[in-house]
Design a protein around this ligand. Structure first.
Ligand code: NAD
Length: 352
């Protein structure tokens, strides 16, 4: 696979490099984008075993010092406690404002390390190196960072655009099957939102050229973020399936993974949209079919009432109104405001 590069024109602008094997040349990109700064590689315990050594040796090859902080893999680590440990680590090891944090891993690592990069010394350089499909197509792009609070997911966060995103799809070879499907839910979401042609390509459950798929998703997300960096309008479209999805994650005590929850959320909203006369007839069936082909769920065990109670804690709530993203047809969705009272009725329509 050749190198693909997508430019994201937000902040100072940055490039997303997508290429098999690029992990072994990440030091060159660090040098090009952040100069000779020292690197703090933040990664989790699974990814450290697989890829930390490669990244350290590539950075060292450029005569740049690399140190690392490894935390326990898993969503539970996306907490204020881990964030504080990372900040203490940076301070104790005397990282300075001109140094760079490399976030090596999935969305949990990217969100945590991005948060640390945005607040340590009021902001130091960040490079995102996504190693899951989900982080490659979604969380490494656009600058949102977060930790979970005991009241809910992603309730504390910042915006921090990286200097570069270095994506090596070769790292997906070690990704458990469930984690790959998790990412496919977000890929399918981009198809539903932006491109019927891409959506149709996903309909047999096989992805021939994953590099091309990532490039297209990154470009879709990049354009949306360029138009609405701080999530006040168009960027909200990217939440398709997420309000219900976050409720499913919360109701399951985070046992249902993010992508699986978003998949079920998308299907529920599409069915409800059809019943409410917003979504073109047949759209929900097409979405369900692509999700199933990719091994993803199209419903959940929780009642509309429980889902709405959980949604009331979601940060996407605005006063007593909640904005949902509803597909009109494949390739076009709209934002629609609901009062909390009407939401339960609407979601109930989507339960099969
Ligand atoms: N900031 C954003 O815009 C944004 C967008 C979407 C999701 N997110 C967040 O991203 C998180 C989910 O991301 P995720 O699914 O990548 O989770 P994750 O980071 O927990 O990674 C999933 C699992 O895969 C392992 N792993 C990662 N790369 C691997 C590899 N190449 N080989 C083998 N194992 C590997 C990890 O150790 C972990 O166990 C959630 O916290 C979600 O809220 C953020």
């Amino acid at each position: 696979m050749d190198r693909r590069t997508v430019r994201i024109n937000v902040g100072n602008g940055y490039d997303v490099y997508i290429e098999n094997g690029i992990i072994s040349r990440c030091g060159e990109i660090l040098k090009k984008t952040a100069g000779h700064s020292r690197a703090a590689i933040i990664t989790d315990s699974n990814v450290a075993k697989l890829y930390l050594e490669k990244v350290v040796s590539s950075v060292n090859k450029e005569n740049i010092r690399a140190d690392s902080f490894v935390f326990d893999a898993g969503e539970k680590s996306k907490s204020m406690e881990t964030l504080e440990k990372i900040l203490e680590y940076l301070a104790e090891n005397r990282f300075t404002k001109s140094d760079t944090i490399i976030a090596l891993g999935g969305g949990v690592t990217g969100d945590l390390a991005g948060f640390a990069a945005s607040v340590y010394l009021r902001g130091i350089n960040l490079i995102q190196m996504p190693t899951t499909l989900l982080s490659a197509v979604d969380s490494s792009i656009g600058g949102k960072t977060a930790v979970n609070l005991s009241s809910g997911k992603n309730l504390a966060g910042t915006f921090k655009q990286p200097r570069a995103v270095i994506c090596d799809p070769g790292t997906f070879s070690t990704l458990p099957d469930d984690e790959f499907r998790n990412g496919m839910a977000e890929v399918i979401k981009y198809g539903v939102l932006f491109s019927e042609e891409m959506f149709d390509c996903l309909s047999d459950g096989a992805t021939e050229d994953i590099g091309e798929v990532i490039e297209r998703c990154v470009a879709f997300k990049g354009k949306t973020v360029e138009n609405d960096e701080f999530d006040s309008g168009e960027r909200k479209l990217l939440n398709l399936g997420h309000t219900v999805g976050h409720s499913i994650e919360k109701c399951s005590d985070f046992n249902v993974p993010h992508g699986f929850a978003v998949a079920a959320g998308m299907a529920i909203i599409a069915r409800a949209g059809e019943k409410a006369g917003i979504t073109h007839t047949g759209t929900a069936r097409r979405i369900e079919s692509v999700l199933k082909k990719n091994g993803l769920p199209v419903d959940c065990e929780f009642s509309a009432k429980r889902l709405v109670l959980a949604a009331l804690l979601d940060k996407k709530r605005d006063g007593d109104r909640i904005t949902l993203v509803i597909p009109v047809k494949i390739g076009k969705s709209i934002l629609k405001d609901f009062s909390v009272n009407d939401l339960e009725d609407f979601i109930d329509k989507g339960k099969s």
